[in-house]
Design a protein around this ligand. Structure first.
Ligand code: ZN
Length: 384
């Protein structure tokens, strides 16, 4: 069985969608992969101007993103995968650009817990611990094929009073190293059992000093802000709206487009209409489409989401939301990256270049890297 060509994204999506719906996710995992004879592109290749890079062949090169803009190198508790092993994992998958997101909220070390949902009642509080370990590891171990963006994940959005002072501490200890903020939790329902205190309108107003620092440094902030839940899909929308009204000039990335395990049945058209209206009103807002939970809950609505991704392709970032707990096996990252990249596979060429090949990421961070152009289809190339 051969897949339809990538040049027909809608048809392709329908085909994958129908297959997955009928046969389950295993069928999707059996989809043909990239040509293993084609090597991954080097980090240095992205430093060349787009026109000087080999064009990207979507038929033969991987559809998994070269950017992972939502990656947690350390777990909520317990041991993490060793740093050098993580670099290898990312390298093996052709990921060249990665955001190191804490995890910010850590379970107390004496709890013996690795995952918060297995330890209800144990507090998971924002902390600088993992940021510090990440910075030390990234500056200690070589990683020639990886551009790592360190992120500040310590901010307690319900109690932001110390945040600006803490940024000054980071500046002293790690000058210029932290170029992102988040993932920070505005409202994460899944964490409420671990004493997570959601932000309020008042505490959001109190973010002003550190949001000013981020704005002046062009540091994006990724916010986990649950839109709602299945009983009330927009229960917490007012929080994100308040953030956007209060800080319209900050580059803000809305993690998971507000979706979550608690919100898996929202009407796709309603969700997309809401996202479009916010993207139109707030030009600095971007959406991150990370987390396999989104694919699992919403892939049957590809005919709604994929045209949206294509239309707003300059506003989307890819990510795995992988959490590198030491208990995980090496192939789990590849699996999560693949699942979270399935939407990329069916985007049109322009959207694929913007999202999967890094153009949005480079522009947002003002990095001196460039996405390659997509190769013209063979038929068009042969036309005189
Ligand atoms: Zn995350």
């Amino acid at each position: 069985m051969s897949p339809p060509a990538n040049r027909h994204p809608t048809l392709c999506w329908q085909w994958i969608s129908a297959l997955c719906a009928v046969m389950g996710l295993t069928a999707c995992e059996l989809m043909p992969q990239a040509d293993p004879a084609v090597p991954h592109r080097s980090l240095a290749s992205f430093a060349l101007p787009s026109a000087e890079q080999a064009c990207f062949d979507r038929e033969r090169e991987p559809y998994t993103a070269v950017v992972d803009a939502h990656f947690h190198p350390r777990p909520f508790g317990g041991p993490a995968m060793p740093a050098t092993e993580l670099f290898e994992l990312l390298d093996e998958q052709g990921v060249r650009f990665v955001n190191y997101f804490g995890i910010g909220q850590v379970l107390s070390p004496d709890s013996g817990c690795t995952y918060y949902l297995d330890c209800l009642g144990v507090p998971a509080n924002p902390s600088i611990k993992n940021d510090v370990v990440n910075a030390v590891e990234v500056t200690t171990f070589p990683h020639d094929q990886l551009h790592i963006t360190l992120s500040m994940t310590f901010v307690d959005l319900a109690h932001p009073e110390q945040a600006a002072r803490m940024v000054a501490l980071y500046d002293r200890e790690f000058p210029g190293l932290f170029r992102w903020a988040g993932e920070l939790n505005v409202m994460k329902q899944a964490l409420l059992g671990n004493q997570h205190e959601p932000a309020t309108r008042e505490s959001i107003d109190g973010w002003a000093p550190f949001m000013q620092i981020l704005r002046e440094r062009n540091i994006p902030v990724t916010l986990h802000a649950d839109l709602g839940n299945d009983a009330n899909p927009t229960e917490f929308l007012y929080l994100m709206e308040h953030v956007l009204e209060r800080y319209p000039d900050n580059p803000i990335v809305w993690a998971h487009m507000g979706l979550s395990k608690e919100l898996t049945t929202m009407d796709a058209n309603t969700h997309v209409a809401l996202m479009k209206s916010l993207l139109d009103r707030y030009p600095r807002l971007m959406l991150d489409i990370s987390w396999d939970v989104l694919y699992n809950a919403y892939h049957q609505w590809g005919e709604v989401f994929v045209p949206f991704f294509n239309e707003y392709s300059t506003r989307i970032l890819p990510g795995s939301d992988f959490v590198a707990a030491g208990t995980k096996t090496r192939d789990q990252y590849a699996r999560e990256l693949e699942v979270t990249s399935r939407a990329l596979r069916v985007m049109d060429d322009e959207a694929f270049r913007n999202v999967a090949l890094g153009e949005n990421y480079f522009r947002l961070l003002q990095l001196d890297y460039h996405a390659p152009f997509i190769c013209a289809p063979p038929a068009a190339a042969a036309t005189p």
